[in-house]
Design a protein around this ligand. Structure first.
Ligand code: ADP
Ligand code: MG
Length: 697
């Protein structure tokens, strides 16, 4: 096969004009290969099409002149104690002074020589009534005729230390001359035509050598969209290929409608919402196919995802297969266990909770799982550790996927020789454009309504000075027989400090504010058993106020808790606040959420928090969050597997992702295995650091 990807693999110093010394400077700028150099795009453009006569020079204008050096000399400004160098340039209409306050001797000697013809541009200023240009940009011409070559729109590149703009431009020109013919789109010609796309080479060429100024486009060339499409399409092709490969795996065809399934459906304590019915149908249809299901179930906190998963579990169990249910934390696993256990007890289905630290008992449970004694196993990451082997794992449910790496997901799937059906559930409402990136390899089901009777959670932003008022509200709820959360943030690595904070605050609240109430403390550094003791204390109403860190963020379900006070709310993302808020309003009682912010009312962060007062829809909040904070902060770039795109910005260029996805799907549906291997190579090369997304072996 012809080496088509030469640009990706050829180091940039293969280009004439880049030697060992320069190479380092380019590398520091992230330009390692010829392809990187093609994608080193201008940050703006300067219009140099209009050469002026010197007599038309006006103070304060940016202008371009062509003239001859008639004299040059050193200057010394006594007052300013400053040295300078001056050259006088003349055209047929007048003279202008050009000055340097810093200079390179060699450079000046070359440029400011009497008789030189200069193409110069810069800001015209006035000094002692005479017009001048300080530190002009200069191109040395062989003759005044040569000027035509430079009267163009000139791209300006981000500065590479010690390399002049002119040299960068020359190198780019050289690059196009020597290697332009190697530029090749991953999008085949036919598809380029169908979608009326500019050819990749033409787009790159126009960006580096523009013909028109692009007013009002913030220096961004419209052709940049074509480059974004290119990289998005490549990325989406990776996802499509991965998905195709999953579909090729051998799965299990289940028959729905067995006895457990029917019994559970007939005895549900509530009527399913129409969203839930639809989602269950989608899952059922997947499970009836031999290709392994690979589905994401998305829906706001409390919309009733778990019950859908439980119903689907019955299908697997009816068919004699095991179900694994994974949660991101021990607390959540425990809670899921309780819910699932409660439901399955009535059906006579044994459920086991596998925890990390159960001592000897754990080995025994693992043995029984292997023997197939437990149809349902609930746990955390522990479930995917090497020693856990299932007899016949047929269905895997992963709650809160973004906390698991994709690799873990795959590991779990690999546990059986037959690929189990996988359902990933998330309450993190991800905007559509982003979910195309993070979950692009999954089919998506959405629950977009709440079970009837849910109350809006009254949300208010309080400033620190109003904290007393928040305490009074807590007091009122507890007097009515309810319970409260008080949440403190954890900040990245400084966990210890903040931990102290939560602990100190718990002591303070107990001693100085609520001596009459029972206060519990819950944080991530506690041992699992300690956490469980506190959680069950809170569930059993032995604790009135739970002081905690964000360990309660997802899924904790205590319907009697009716108020949540979140301290330092300005430090949280809106989506995270929405998750935290979802801890209350889970029962029949009206509930409240107080966001205490250490800010002034006028701060933008305070305005941001105001979104929470009005908005109840997690998707809208997530969009807002994405706009304000960018995708990285939404839930940690590394975890979510968002690759660093070279040109595209997922927030700004979301629309392009939609098109890219469509195009990628078309391409992948008709490529050969060999071609798809080649694409995988390109992907691996391009996103080395984010390989977790491409564990396409
Ligand atoms: P999620 O996992 O999506 O956050 P859950 O499945 O935990 O939500 O459901 C939240 C609560 O709502 C649970 O107590 C559950 O029993 C209840 N629930 C689920 N579906 C319905 C429904 N259709 N009608 C009434 N209550 C429901
Ligand atoms: Mg849940």
């Amino acid at each position: 096969m012809e080496k088509e990807n030469t640009l990706i693999t050829t180091p940039v110093d293969s280009l004439k004009g880049i030697g060992p010394k320069n190479l380092i400077k380019f590398q520091q700028k992230g330009i390692r290969t010829l392809e990187d150099l093609f994608y080193f795009l201008p940050i703006r453009y300067e219009d140099k099409r209009f050469i002026k006569k010197i007599c038309d020079a006006r103070e304060g204008e940016k202008a371009i002149f062509v003239g001859e050096v008639v004299a040059s000399r050193s200057l010394f400004f006594k007052h300013a104690r400053k040295k300078a160098y001056e050259a006088i340039v003349r055209d047929e209409t007048g003279v202008i002074s050009i000055k340097w306050f810093q200079w390179n001797k060699e450079y000046l000697k070359k440029v400011a020589k009497k008789g030189n013809i200069l193409f110069l541009s810069g800001q015209v200023t006035k000094f002692r009534d005479k017009l001048q240009i300080i530190h002009p940009e200069i191109i040395l011409l062989d003759s005044p005729d040569e000027v035509d070559a430079f009267t163009a729109i000139v791209p300006v590149y981000s500065e590479i230390e010690g390399i002049k703009q002119g040299s960068v431009r020359k190198l780019i020109k050289q690059l196009f001359d020597d290697y332009g013919r190697h530029v090749k789109s991953i999008i085949p010609d036919e598809i380029e035509k169908i979608y009326n796309l500019t050819r990749l080479y033409d787009a790159l060429f126009k960006i580096h050598f523009p013909e028109e100024m692009m007013p009002g486009n913030a220096g961004r060339h419209p052709m940049v969209d074509r480059l974004i499409l290119e990289e998005y399409a490549l990325f989406q092709m990776g996802l499509h290929i991965k998905r195709q490969e999953t579909k090729k795996e051998r799965g299990i065809r289940f028959e729905a409608g067995g006895p457990y399934y029917t019994k559970l459906m007939d005895n549900l304590p509530f009527q399913l919402t129409s969203s839930q019915v639809k989602v269950i149908e989608e899952i059922k249809r997947d499970m009836e196919k031999v290709e392994p299901m690979h589905r994401l179930l998305q829906g706001d906190v409390g919309c009733g995802k778990t019950v859908c998963a439980v119903i689907a579990s019955c299908i697997a169990i009816d068919n004699g297969w095991q179900v694994a249910f994974m949660a991101p934390t021990e607390i959540l696993a425990e809670q899921h266990y309780l819910t699932i256990h409660r439901t399955f007890e009535g059906l006579g289905i044994p459920v086991v909770l596998l925890r990390g630290n159960m001592g000897k008992e754990r080995d025994e449970i693992i043995n029984r799982i292997k023997g197939g004694e437990y149809p349902v196993v609930v746990g955390t990451h522990a479930l995917i550790q090497e020693e856990v082997v299932f007899k016949n794992l047929g269905f895997v449910i992963i709650d809160e996927q973004h906390r698991f790496g994709v690799i873990q997901r795959k590991l779990l799937r690999d546990k059986g020789s037959i690929t189990p059906h996988v359902l990933v559930m998330t309450a993190t409402p991800i905007p559509r454009t982003l979910s195309m990136v993070v979950y692009g390899d999954l089919d998506v089901s959405i629950i977009n309504e709440m079970p009837p009777g849910r109350q809006k959670i009254e949300t208010h932003v309080f400033l620190e000075k109003d904290r007393e008022k928040a305490y009074r509200m807590i007091d009122k709820e507890i007097k009515m027989g309810h319970q409260a959360y008080v949440v403190y943030p954890l900040i990245e690595e400084s966990e210890k400090v903040d931990l102290l904070n939560a602990r100190e605050r718990a002591t303070f609240l107990q001693e100085s504010v609520f001596p009459m109430y029972r206060i519990g403390l819950l944080h991530g550094r506690m041992k699992a058993e300690e956490k469980e003791i506190v959680m069950s204390g809170f569930k059993n109403r032995e604790i009135d106020i739970l002081v905690c860190t964000t360990v309660i963020e997802v899924g904790i379900d205590v319907p009697n808790a009716t108020i949540i006070v979140i301290e330092n709310a300005e430090r949280f993302g809106l989506s995270q606040l929405h998750q935290l808020r979802g801890r209350v309003g889970r029962g029949a009682y009206p509930s409240g959420c107080i966001l205490v912010a250490s800010l002034r009312k006028t701060d933008t962060a305070a305005k941001r928090l105001k979104v929470m007062e009005k908005e109840v829809d997690g998707f809208v909040i997530a969009e807002e969050d994405l706009k304000i904070r960018g995708p990285g902060d939404l839930f940690g770039v590394r975890q979510s597997g968002i690759p660093d795109f070279r040109v595209g910005d997922i927030v700004r260029d979301g629309d392009i992702m939609t098109l890219a996805r469509k195009i990628a799907g078309k391409i992948v549906s008709c490529i050969s295995d060999k071609e798809s291997e080649a694409i995988k190579d390109i992907l691996k090369n391009r996103w080395k650091e984010n390989l977790n997304l491409f564990d396409i072996a």
